[in-house]
Design a protein around this ligand. Structure first.
Ligand code: ADP
Length: 714
């Protein structure tokens, strides 16, 4: 049967090999086992039930909460020659009846339904009259109250399965499952935990970045401008913020759409349609947008504001790059958004849930402040251990140098104290520091303060950004009352007293182009759009961007060669082969390729999405050649932290490296003293008990050496 599954992968879907986990999941189902399949978004979960549906006799039921997605999913199946349909609230009762009738006749291989259908006695009675070998439960985390999208009607799935005479196999699929959600899914759907197929949560084609203390609007505008041909989503936290951003981008001439729950159904679906059809390239939206978005060629997702938890963030950010091509996920952080999210939690949750939600928010905030690999932070949040740094994210590749800002910080802190602490917010404080003539300042007599105008070389916005940074470092404190007000916490006091220093990396992170397209790509993209319009489906249903790029790389000239392109199956060759081959031939006539080059793959500007294998060993080689950590970081275009982690990794693997010289003698007694106070379980408390000059790396090395000594003694 597995042989047949492979054959179908090729003839229907046009793929030559299974992706990680797919084969195992399909095999498990075909052996009759209830199975849970946990793969990241874009990992290729659909094929895991679609291929068994083809192999098994009868009709596979797919339960999905994403009504707006069903049509596209069914269209995509029809495109490759698989008969399928859906029944949900978007079609009339008459139409639903007709589809059920055809299903009983055996006309479909797959039937997509919304979970609410299962609450209907009559509907389940109809299902009983069909031969159903497999029930696929998509977005299976919706069954769990622990999950972030709990849907009560998912609880009816198991009772439906029990009633069916055909005793179908169950396959649960999800992208976001923390261990307790996974347990819940297995328990409620009667899946033996041994039948778990989990591929890991890392998305190797995504580059995560956090941008802090920067003018967000400017950053966003430059980002969109740099990537104007690419599709992207900008998430904002509130409807008001969406409206504001939308107006601003329209005024700048960007092809932009918007989406939030305050708009009418008709407006929302029109905006969504335009985005899916590639008529608009950018969508500004609240988190209400995207549950039903299967668009595979989204090249970037920018969070203009902080999302409420890591689950939502990874799900939303994960909408980028479903086609496997390099894509970017950027979060623009500002501490005031923490306040917005706290407020939203306060408004919506019951008391019991609130503590849990606040805890989750804290993990989200910590994500913005970690100096370690962002992708690794995410995967470990979802319970995966032993992952390696991605070497793509903004932390792994951060090479900006730090400069000292102790003096400016002292000025700010001293101004906060002089203004009375816990009375005024960031804006007014920045105005005092920059010597603004604002009426309010005169009213309070702040122009008489000695700190009035001491930072007049900077703009109020720059000072405000600097304060943002200090807030993120807990050097300036924020009291969250009716309005957020500022005060000086203990860490700030140390700086005022000259006991500690502060440094900051160069503020500005430049925006880059995500990818450079092949000259043929545009032509193929236009052709795809024409065909999509003709057929009334979104362009990515015809071919994904990754198929178009593969055409550019392989430049097929015959039908046979066209079949070798990733994503071209037999039906698509028949339907579109001629038109695409013609476009490619036309292009080649105008742009002949020199024989020696064969194909003309254009490399993306960013480095290859996949990191090098055994990257830490390359670092070690340079280290042995006598290069310091900073030199290696520059040479390899990796951040200092990544290089440091490589060295630790080498030591932990027992490779030939002596870390001892990397901890200065004077640091040793200080770290020892800190451990006596704070214990050696966690790094942060130790770090808080040593002077700033002692880095996390030194502490880690110290602990490593200590462990080694212990092992020798035992
Ligand atoms: P998920 O449901 O896990 O988010 P999808 O099933 O939508 O992901 O698959 C994401 C993309 O990957 C789709 O464009 C799909 O056609 C493609 N894909 C799936 N399996 C393979 C494969 N074996 N080889 C190449 N591409 C694949």
């Amino acid at each position: 049967m597995l042989q047949q599954a492979k054959q179908y992968l090729h003839t229907y879907f046009g793929y030559s090999e299974f992706r990680k986990g797919q084969e195992q999941a399909i095999e498990s189902v075909l052996q009759g086992e209830n199975t849970i399949c946990v793969m990241p978004t874009g990992g290729g979960k659909s094929i895991c039930y679609q291929i068994p549906a083809l192999v098994l006799d009868g009709l596979t039921i797919v339960v999905s909460p994403l009504i707006s997605l069903m049509k596209d999913q069914v269209d995509a199946l029809l495109q490759v020659g698989i008969s399928a349909t859906y029944i949900n609230s978007s079609i009339s009762a008459k139409e639903a009846g007709e589809r059920l009738f055809r299903a009983k006749e055996g006309q479909y291989k797959l039937l997509y339904i919304a979970p609410e259908r299962l609450e209907s006695y009559a509907f389940v009675e109809e299902l009983k009259r069909m031969n159903i070998p497999l029930v696929a439960v998509d977005e299976a985390h919706c069954i769990s109250q622990w999950g972030h999208d709990f849907r009560p009607s998912y609880r009816y799935i198991q009772s439906m399965v029990q009633q069916l005479p055909s005793k179908p196999i169950i396959m649960a699929l999800t992208a976001t499952a923390t261990p307790n959600v996974r347990d819940d899914i297995c328990h409620l759907l009667h899946i033996n935990e041994k039948q778990t197929v989990m591929t890991g949560f890392e998305r190797e084609n995504l580059t995560f970045s956090v941008v802090k203390g920067q003018d967000r609007l400017k950053y966003l505008q430059s980002y969109i401008k740099n990537n104007q041909n690419e599709a992207g989503i900008i998430y904002a936290a509130t409807r008001k913020a969406v409206d504001k951003l939308y107006d601003l981008l329209v005024a700048k001439g960007v092809q932009v759409g918007k989406y939030h729950a305050g708009m009418s159904d008709a407006d929302r679906s029109e905006e969504q349609e335009r985005f899916l059809q590639d008529d608009t390239t950018v969508m500004v939206a609240t988190s209400a947008f995207g549950m039903g978005i299967d668009k595979s060629n989204i090249r970037y997702v920018v969070h203009f504001q902080l999302p409420k938890n890591m689950e939502s963030y990874y799900q939303e950010a994960g909408r980028a790059g479903r086609d496997g091509l390099p894509s970017e996920c950027t979060l623009l952080y500002s501490s005031q958004d923490v306040q917005v999210q706290r407020y939203l939690i306060d408004q919506s949750s019951d008391r019991e849930r609130m503590t849990q939600e606040l805890e989750k928010l804290q993990f989200m905030v910590d994500y913005c402040h970690t100096e370690n690999c962002l992708q690794q932070y995410i995967t470990s949040y979802f319970g995966e251990t032993n992952t390696e740094a991605c070497e793509r994210c903004s932390n792994c590749t951060d090479q900006r140098t730090s400069f000292d800002i102790t003096k400016e910080t002292q000025m700010i802190l001293s101004c906060v104290i002089r203004m009375g602490q816990k009375k005024y917010g960031k804006t007014l404080t920045a105005q005092v520091l920059t010597g603004s003539q604002n009426q309010k300042i005169k009213q309070f007599g702040f122009e008489k303060l000695t700190t009035y105008g001491i930072l007049k070389d900077m703009s109020a916005k720059q000072v405000s950004d600097l304060m943002e940074y200090l807030i993120s470092q807990e050097i300036v404190g924020v009291e969250h009352g009716q309005y957020p007000t500022l005060y000086v916490p203990p860490k700030g006091k140390d700086i005022l007293l000259g006991k500690a220093t502060v440094s900051r990396k160069e503020a500005v992170v430049e925006t880059k182009k995500i990818a450079v397209d092949h000259p043929l790509f545009d032509a193929l993209r236009s052709l795809r759009r024409e065909i999509a319009e003709r057929e009334g489906v979104p362009p990515f249903v015809i071919f994904s961007d990754s198929s178009l790029k593969d055409m550019c790389a392989k430049l097929p000239r015959t039908g046979e060669e066209f079949l070798q392109v990733n994503g071209v199956g037999e039906l698509k060759l028949k339907k579109y082969g001629e038109e695409f081959l013609q476009a490619i031939t036309g292009f080649l006539e105008e742009n002949p390729v020199p024989e020696s080059e064969g194909s003309m793959e254009v490399k993306p500007v960013r480095k290859a999405a996949k990191k090098e294998k055994d990257s830490h060993k390359l670092t070690l080689e340079l280290f042995h050649q006598g290069l310091g950590i900073k030199d290696i970081s520059q040479k390899r275009e990796l951040s200092i932290t990544t290089v440091e982690n490589h060295l630790l990794q080498c030591a932990e693997q027992g490779l030939d490296i002596d870390l001892a010289p990397l901890v200065p003698a004077e640091a040793i007694s200080l770290i020892q003293a800190a451990i006596e106070v704070a214990g050696n379980e966690k790094l942060k408390p130790i770090k808080e008990n040593v002077p700033d000059e002692i880095s996390y790396f030194m502490i880690k090395v110290f602990l490593f050496l200590q462990r080694q000594k212990q092992m020798h003694l035992n």
